[in-house]
Write a protein that binds this ligand. Sequence first.
Ligand code: GZL
Length: 324
Amino acid sequence: MFRFSPLLLCCFLLFSCAEKEVETKGIIVGFSQIGAESAWRNCNTRSVQEAAADAGIQLVFFNAEQKQENQIKAIRSFIAYQVDVIAFVPIVSDGWENVLEEASEAGIPVLICDREINVEDESLYAGYLGTNAIQEGRSSAEYLLKAFSDSETGEAADRKRPVRIVELRGTEGSSPAIKRAEGFREVLAGNPGFEIIYSASGDFLRSKGYELMCSILEDLDDIDVIYSHNDGMTLGALDAMKERGIKPGGDIIIVTIDAEQAAIDALKRGEVNCVVECNPKQGPDIMSLALRLARGESIPRVIYMNEEVFTEWDDLSSLAPRGY
Ligand code: GZL
């Protein structure tokens, strides 16, 4: 006899009483979200929940509070509940084979959302919808190549020393942290004009971005660039710089990823120089793909969200509010 946790049971009761005539015949999607670590993540959650309601899909939603073991428990609950589709954001890339094999044996299709996984047998999941983290890293480095080039010739500006870069990485072992680092290094590889002098994980958290920046500013000199894997950490780093009279965006170039409103506002104020968008509004696409899977249809293996790059050189006056 499978016993549901009280929280999970109330999720089921909440949604099972949602009597809503739907052409989707009450398709049930089990969704495991990693947590609420950033404004980006909260927008991602809202997008999923609103899209499920709009599509008339019963959503069994479970917040893992940043723990992979909670995600694995949730997926096992979804299997026991015999949902039609399982969708989840893998907090880290490794460690999913066993639970995905259980879902496969139960005949439940799995959609990977936002972050990617490493599995030998890729048939264990139906497809991936999310952000192209390697491209986000490349775009971040491409901005630096342009920012430190001669405006006339476009060639690398003549400098007495390499551009010294500090990197604030996201959650260790997560695909965005791994791939944003990879794409960034790919573009700068072999270029003696740039040097990554320090790299550490701030776990995508504003508080850790602040703490990291405080210690970095104590220990390191001549920092030219902060490359941060998300706006949350960037905002914390900005606080630390301003407390010490350092002008972010001027004394130190700031490149950040997500494009939450606070980062766009900082770009407009000249405190940030480049914001690479990572689109959290994945809900409608997730539900559309889930409906196809529930009907037994196949879906594309990889679908990337549309994403832009905003820089200090852009006119942002007509940019719509970000919603996160
Ligand atoms: C990226 C996403 C990351 C965001 C962070 O696809 O998983 O997680 O960049 C969020 O803000 O915490």
